[in-house]
Design a binder for this molecule. Structure first.
Ligand code: AMP
Length: 287
């Protein structure tokens, strides 16, 4: 496995390897601090393509001014070991200056991809203005840099997955987006790099997020199709949490629905206090 930080070097190395292998390129974009959730995407990318690339980049343009950009866990050495063991060909780990130019650092502005307002101004996008512009921009840049045929995204970040799929369609990227299921701990906590922020008490409290989702799903499976009832049930489980949103949307359109008649998603974002600061966690379940 080669660890590369420079865009031109990566392009050259991909070209060389592709000349030997002549097959598809699979990309797994991540922000690092890799865990079993990421690993499931990486293993799928490895098994379905001749060339497997993982990117590790904590992307500044997707973080708001008061978010955790500076303290986001950076564990490149461990990430590299995990990727190497998974048979990854290239670990692309650029620095911000490899990805953004002087103009960006001077003016805090760059060319951005901005999904439609209605799509981003809800759920996570509501409390994180500009977040999905940053996500789409870095994902599009990674697509252009790697010229991948397939890119792997987790259903854990369901709104992100929906928006990336829309971007690919809207901008005619010739790339297949592969959606991968949420990987959970044995007690159902969804794996997340941000779980490393949780102290013991906070982790216990955070468990109520997945508990709320599974409880709502249980009721749904028993025949309750009214979103309001399912949302209230979930909120009752999360009384000890600072819930940012609990919503049920159509899986096809991501529009809010009142009565569930076709495939839907229940999504939750909530904050827990841990070690004197606040940790924002997200999770979701298909209904
Ligand atoms: P991140 O490093 O948090 O930006 O995540 C990189 C990719 O891994 C995204 O497509 C996430 O949706 C995916 N991912 C993160 N956590 C999980 C998980 N628990 N299960 C499945 N995919 C995940």
């Amino acid at each position: 496995m080669k660890i590369i930080s420079n865009v031109e070097e990566l392009r050259l190395e991909i070209k060389k390897l592709n000349a030997q292998k002549d097959g598809t390129i699979g990309l797994v974009p991540t922000m690092g601090a890799l865990h079993k959730g990421h690993l499931s995407l990486i293993e799928k990318a490895r098994s379905e393509n001749q060339i497997a690339i993982v990117s590790v980049f904590v992307n500044p343009t997707q973080f708001g001014p008061n978010e955790d950009y500076d303290k986001y866990p950076r564990t490149l050495e461990a990430d590299a070991k995990l990727c190497e063991n998974a048979g990854v060909d290239f670990l692309f780990a650029p620095k911000p200056a490899d990805i953004y130019d002087e103009y960006y650092f001077q003016n805090k502005e760059t060319t951005l991809i901005c999904p439609p307002y209605e799509v981003v101004n809800k759920l996570c996008g509501k409390s994180r203005p500009g977040h999905f512009d940053g996500v789409c921009t870095i994902v599009a840049k990674l697509f252009n840099i790697t010229k991948c045929n397939r890119a792997y995204f987790g259903q854990k970040d369901a709104q992100q997955l929906f928006i990336v799929q829309k971007m690919v369609k809207d901008l005619n990227f010739d790339i297949e987006i592969i959606a991968c299921p949420i990987v959970r701990e044995d007690d159902n906590l969804a794996l997340s790099s941000r779980n490393t922020y949780l102290d013991e008490k906070a982790r216990c409290e955070a468990l109520n997020i997945s508990k709320a989702l599974f409880k709502a799903k249980e009721l749904f499976d028993k025949g309750i199709k009214e979103s309001a009832i399912l949302v209230d049930t979930a909120l009752a489980v999360m009384q000890n949490l600072d819930v940012e949103y609990t919503e049920i949307v159509s899986l096809d359109t991501f529009e809010k629905i009142d009565i569930i008649e076709k495939k839907a998603l229940m999504l939750i974002a909530a904050r827990v206090s841990s070690n004197g600061s606040t940790v924002r966690l997200i999770d979701n379940i298909e209904l």
